[in-house]
Design a protein around this ligand. Structure first.
Ligand SMILES: Nc1nc2c(c(=O)[nH]1)N[C@H]1C(S)=C(S)[C@@H](COP(=O)(O)O)O[C@H]1N2
Ligand SMILES: [Mo]
Length: 311
């Protein structure tokens, strides 16, 4: 499949800025690789390829993307994760693969990631709270991981869980949501070219507050689908219930596709505040696009479905 370079009209990046930024990102990647120990991803990180077709809009500053977060395991306010996630120990880290697949087991994250081709993907990200960012992620296709797991033909869904460890995750000592955080995708959504298992951003490893060492990124869905710090992956024949759906099923569904025509019961989803350099109420408010602008690649997944019912 060939990706088109789509962009939001308000914020076309001029070529000079773009080239400059590319060089910075490349420099960042090489610099990080040089500093990392051999046991880290020094072997795979420099080999990643930037797919320029994904370059869109103006990047959100690294500072905003790493200090304005949702990660309830570390507190409810946007600044809590950056302040508190230092207590999360991300190495060693084991991912358990189970359910309806051949290749079950417990996999060390370093060994697992080495099997896959890393690439940089610059994606628009749209939170259900009507703010958005543009972030250069580093990851591999979830499709590749699914193939590695060899799902059985009965498997129709993939389910993910975040670590549950109240000692390391202070937010889990309270009952703000039923822990652990849970998410799921239909298997064809998981196999879509855009769906990324993410290990880095801005040319470096993921900071803890952004979901180290492994998180999901699904750019045509609301941000809450992007489950962080994953320890379990399970193949199912039934649609799982995700965390937000469990808390408020009238407000959050399984699909959570970005859709400006289907409002959240308490606020409009027609526009969003794009966070670029520095969070401010003066940030541009732009129109939210159907499927967050990725309709060319994903609309077929939902052909014939009533998206106001399957929200
Ligand atoms: N485990 C876990 N994953 C999570 C969340 C969370 O609270 N816990 N918040 C979600 C929400 S609502 C959003 S918008 C994104 C935010 O990702 P970011 O902080 O990297 O921008 O993470 C998602 N993944
Ligand atoms: Mo979100």
């Amino acid at each position: 499949m060939k990706f088109k370079n789509t962009h939001v009209d308000h914020q076309v990046t001029d070529e000079a800025t773009y080239l400059n930024r590319r060089q910075l990102i490349q420099a960042g990647v090489m610099g990080t690789a040089a500093l990392m120990s051999p046991s880290a991803w020094s072997l795979t990180l420099p080999k990643h390829q930037t797919n320029d077709a994904f370059v869109i809009d103006e990047l959100t500053s690294e500072k905003d993307a790493t200090t304005y977060n949702n990660f309830y395991e570390f507190g409810l306010s946007k600044s809590d994760p950056a302040e508190n996630a230092g207590s999360l120990k991300t190495a060693p880290w084991t991912v358990t693969i189970e359910g309806l697949c051949e290749n079950k087991g417990q996999f060390d994250i370093e060994q697992l990631v080495k099997q896959f081709q890393l690439e940089e993907r610059i994606y628009r990200m749209r939170c259900v709270e009507a703010w958005s960012m543009v972030i250069p992620w580093l990851g591999f296709k979830l499709a590749d991981l699914v193939k590695f797991c060899q799902p059985l033909s009965a498997a129709k869904y993939i389910y993910f869980e975040t670590l549950y460890d109240p000692k390391q995750m202070p937010g889990q000592r309270g009952r703000s949501i039923p822990w652990p955080y849970r998410e799921g995708l239909r298997l064809d959504e998981a196999m879509n070219e855009l769906t990324l298992m993410t290990v880095g951003m801005y040319g470096k490893k993921l900071p803890n507050q952004n979901g180290a060492p492994l998180r999901l990124i699904v750019p045509w869905k609301y941000g809450f689908k992007g489950i962080k710090s994953i320890v379990k992956i399970k193949f199912l024949d039934q649609q799982p219930v995700n965390s937000w759906q469990a808390i408020a099923p009238q407000e959050y569904g399984f699909y959570a596709n970005v859709n400006p025509q289907v409002d959240h019961p308490r606020w409009s989803q027609a526009t969003e505040r794009r966070i670029t350099g520095g969070f401010s109420l003066f940030n541009s408010r732009i129109k939210t696009q159907m499927f967050n602008g990725y309709g060319d690649y994903v609309a077929d997944l939902y052909k014939g479905m009533d998206l106001s019912r399957y929200y």
